[in-house]
Write a protein that binds this ligand. Sequence first.
Ligand code: SF4
Length: 377
Amino acid sequence: MMNGIYIHFPFCKQKCVYCNFYSVASEQLKETYWQAVTREIELTANYLPDNMISTLYFGGGTPSLCNREELDNILQSIRRYYHFAPTLEFTLEANPEQLSPSYLKDIKSLGINRLSIGVQSFNDEILSLLNRRHTGKEAKKAIENAFSAGFENISIDLIYDIAYRSADMWRQDLQTASDYDIQHLSAYSLTVEENTLLARRVRAGQRYLPEDEMTERDYAILIEMTEKAGFEQYEISNFCRNGWISKHNSAYWQSVPYLGIGASAHSFNGASRKWNVAHLQQYIDGITSGQPYEETEILSQNNRYDEYVLLRLRTREGIHLNEISALFGPEKRGFLLSKLSQKVNPSHYILRDNQLTLSYSGKLFADSISMELFAEE
Ligand code: SF4
């Protein structure tokens, strides 16, 4: 069986307005944090069902703030307990401003073979509205540097659905992204999460969010332009060229076990889920004392069914009814079909050959459709 490891680096130079990932805008505790991460790798060495790793992901925060030596130290700690599959997908999330030719050369030499670059937009006005640190020009330079350094598997993130952004501006961002020979694109709609700078600004009356029609318009542009540019939509927010899906994300959607290391990181071993405290000092103290601040949830059959529905419905393959029967029993298959016919608008889904997928219009309401199909306690 294959497994994945995720390492969380919770430091950033500044907070972006929409960000609800656990990160702090100060690197003061960086050194002690790495020590704790190294210790946690040791403490959790038996967590996964086996020690063959198919995906390794450094996310954050801004892991591209780490230098080669810091990343290498962590890598060596992981290698002490795990084998890497020959086809290992090794991703680093990076912000454009750090991707200089020399940095890219350094990280490539560590075996990092996939970059997920947080571009968000190539438009300086939008970038400043989102409180990003880079400019559009820097984002382009970062992508060009990554190609020159020999990276073949490059993903970029874009954000859409922002008030003030005209259809043309969104088209321009998508055109600029598609003109590069990137293999992967993630496009997320701007959402207001509690406890973010964005939530505070929206409460104070600043206008960030568009009207509903604009969401539909931006989504239609996204689908039209990615299709024209040779991308395949394999999940609602994820698009790839030439079959270069994100193995890391796909494993998560397919409930493959993964181990998350670091403050706020989540793990799943097939039967239970656990998550570390989202607080730097508490995380460091807990790990150092050998008593991690973490919570564990044993997943009931209904929890697992709900999660399966939520994640799979977002994917190109959707839900296999035979798999529902095999995993959760034939009565769950009957339950799902009856909820579907009672609660979901038939134009929002396609049910063919025992496979349930969302239609174009259904993809706009994916999460609420999933909720209609959830198990009843
Ligand atoms: S760089 Fe990423 S993790 Fe850091 S504040 Fe911005 S969105 Fe959040």
